[in-house]
Each structure stands twice: as structure tokens, then as C-alpha cells.
Design a protein around this ligand. Structure first.
Ligand code: AHR
Length: 331
């Protein structure tokens, strides 16, 4: 009997070692869809907004899920830091490099260096100027179309509430980071639609760098000069809209009523503001790009075909559907 128990103990110990070995294998072993574990360098631009935090979390979680060794670098909004990080990734001979370009120009040389080193590149969330042969794929939104959607939404809403034929409809704009595709293309999309409605006049436009604090500050300046005549605010992201809402309330006007506000991203803070009646609409820009990035990386490294543009899925929300959508929001 004693011998049988001893044998059982030995068997259980052996089984637990095999199990531990198995776990070890899955956390340190191979990347999903690959015969080995791959290394990805990721150059993120910073942590300027709720959206960006959600994007970073998505990238980190997906890398873990795919069992990819992620080398993550935060550029603090400086292209110079991104170039340095990418050069370091090249030296480390990573398998693939993903990056979100803080601005759209100045990438040709570094992307050529990646090519020369035989390292594929994935451009994430913001596009760059230049031919799409510079990188393997772009994963993200049609940013200009986001701008068009925002302006179309506004025109329809202003007509619905009977303010669309006011002449002039005075519009102010809080832009994102100067030179970023997210700012340039949203502005271009908005202007393309507004150009068809000559009574809509953009009376002020300035950057708030995608941050809540600067959104508030710049809106305060707009209000100081034109406070009583502003009809509409376009904010290139929800964070700046939320900052501006505070400024408008402090000034003594009602955000969402006196001043109609349309922004981008559709983060949870925007839903709170829409449900409170202070923000009118938010055009979604999906930050949960991590799984698409990892999937594309594996496809590229296993020589499977990958489209030059992998679009993210997006909707648009306003005060009519915000409360119903809120429980399903992940960021
Ligand atoms: O590039 C996407 C933009 O960058 C988001 O709209 C904004 O919130 C972010 O910081």
C-alpha cells in the first residue's frame, strides 16, 4: 500500500512538471501562426488622449495573446524619438516594425533603412505622405472620410433643428497635432462638405494638440474674441471637445445647445457627454487595432498576401443612440 501511494505521488509530481513545462512552452514558445516566437518593435506616439491609451492597451494585449515579444517605445509626441526608436529596432534585428507616425512627412529615409535591413513595416492609425510602397501595410481608418461624416452629420442636424439656413453659421475648429494625418485629413474632409454650404463660415481654427487641457485653453481664447456668435464647434478628438465643453460652461453658454459640438473618436468620455446633452455627435475612430496588427505581422512574415490598407471598423454616434450603445463600448 505504502509503495502504491509513493508511486502515485511520484506520478503526480511528474505530471505537474510536464504541465508546468507545457505552460512554459506556451508563454515562451512560438507565436501563433509561426514556427517560432517573433519580435515586434512598436513606436507609439505618446499618451495624449483617452483614445491613445486604448490603442496602446490593445497593442500590448494582442501581443501577449499572439505570444509576440513586443518592444514598445513611447515617443512623447516627437518624430525624432520615433526615428531613434526605429533605428534601435533595426539594430536589434527585430522581425517586424509597427509605428504610428506622429506627423505625416519625413519617413522616406527611415523606411528605406528598414527595407534595406529586410524588416517589414506596418503603419498604424495615421497615414504618411509618399508612395505606399514605403511600407507593407497601413492599418487604420479612412481619416478624410471621418471628416466628411462629421460635416454631413452637422448639416443634417442643423437643418433638423431649423438652424441650417442661418447666415452666417459661425464655425470654430479645434485641430489635432499640426502635420498629423489625423488633423490634416479630418480638416480636409470637413471642409470638402462645408464648401457646398456657403453660409457656413469657419471663423477660427487652431490646434489643441489632441489634449483636453489645450482644447479648453484654445476654446477659452475663441470664446474671448467671439463667444456670443459661435454656433458650431468641430473638435478633432473627444478629449479636446470635453475640454472645450468646460470652457463653454464657464463662459456661460450651453454646450450641445447654444453651441453644437461634433468630435471624433467615440471614447467613453464622449458617450458620457452625449448622454448629458453636452456633446452632439462623435464620429468613431477605432483604437482597438492590436489584433489586426499582430495578424498582419504574422501574415507578412509567412509570405501571405496582405492588403496595402486594412481598414478598421467604425460607426457614428449622437445623442439619439449614445445611451443604447454605451454598455457595449470597450474604450
Ligand atoms: O490618430 C488618431 C487620433 O490621435 C485620435 O483621434 C486622437 O484622439 C489621438 O490622439
Amino acid at each position: 500500500m505504502k509503495k502504491a501511494i509513493a508511486l502515485l505521488v511520484v506520478l503526480l509530481m511528474a505530471a505537474s512538471l510536464v504541465f508546468a513545462g507545457g505552460r512554459q512552452q506556451s508563454s515562451e514558445g512560438v507565436t501563433r501562426g509561426m514556427g517560432r516566437k517573433i519580435v515586434m518593435g512598436y513606436s507609439q506616439i505618446g499618451a495624449e488622449s483617452e483614445w491613445r491609451t486604448a490603442c496602446t492597451n490593445s497593442v500590448k494585449a494582442a501581443a501577449e495573446d499572439w505570444n509576440i515579444d513586443l518592444r514598445f517605445s513611447d515617443a512623447q509626441q516627437m518624430q525624432q524619438n520615433q526615428l531613434q526608436a526605429i533605428r534601435a529596432f533595426i539594430q536589434q534585428k527585430v522581425d517586424v516594425i509597427a509605428f504610428t507616425p506622429v506627423v505625416s512627412t519625413g519617413w522616406e529615409a527611415i523606411l528605406q533603412e528598414c527595407k534595406d535591413a529586410g524588416i517589414p513595416t506596418i503603419c498604424v492609425d495615421r497615414t504618411i505622405d509618399g508612395p505606399n510602397t514605403l511600407y507593407n501595410t497601413y492599418i487604420g481608418s479612412d481619416i478624410k472620410e471621418e471628416g466628411r461624416k462629421a460635416a454631413r452629420w452637422l448639416i443634417e442636424y442643423m437643418n433638423k433643428i431649423g438652424r441650417g439656413s442661418k447666415n452666417p453659421v459661425n464655425v470654430v475648429e479645434l485641430q489635432g497635432t499640426v502635420g498629423s494625418a489625423a488633423a490634416t485629413d479630418r480638416q480636409a474632409g470637413i471642409m470638402e462638405i462645408l464648401a457646398k454650404y456657403p453660409n457656413y463660415k469657419v471663423i477660427k481654427t487652431q490646434t489643441g494638440n489632441f489634449t483636453r487641457a489645450e482644447g479648453k485653453q484654445v476654446m477659452e481664447a475663441f470664446l474671448k474674441s467671439d463667444g456670443n456668435i459661435i454656433d458650431v464647434l468641430f473638435a478633432h478628438n473627444d478629449d479636446m471637445a470635453i475640454g472645450a465643453i468646460q470652457a463653454i460652461e464657464e463662459y456661460g453658454r450651453k454646450p450641445g445647445e447654444d453651441i453644437i459640438i461634433v468630435s471624433f473618436d467615440a471614447v467613453k468620455g464622449a458617450f458620457d457627454a452625449m448622454i448629458a446633452g453636452k456633446l452632439n455627435a462623435s464620429i468613431e475612430c477605432n483604437p482597438l487595432l492590436g489584433p489586426q496588427i499582430m495578424d498582419a505581422a504574422v501574415k507578412i512574415l509567412t509570405n501571405q498576401p496582405v492588403e496595402k490598407w486594412i481598414p478598421s471598423e467604425e460607426g457614428q454616434y449622437d445623442q439619439s443612440n449614445a445611451a443604447a450603445a454605451y454598455p457595449t463600448r470597450q474604450y
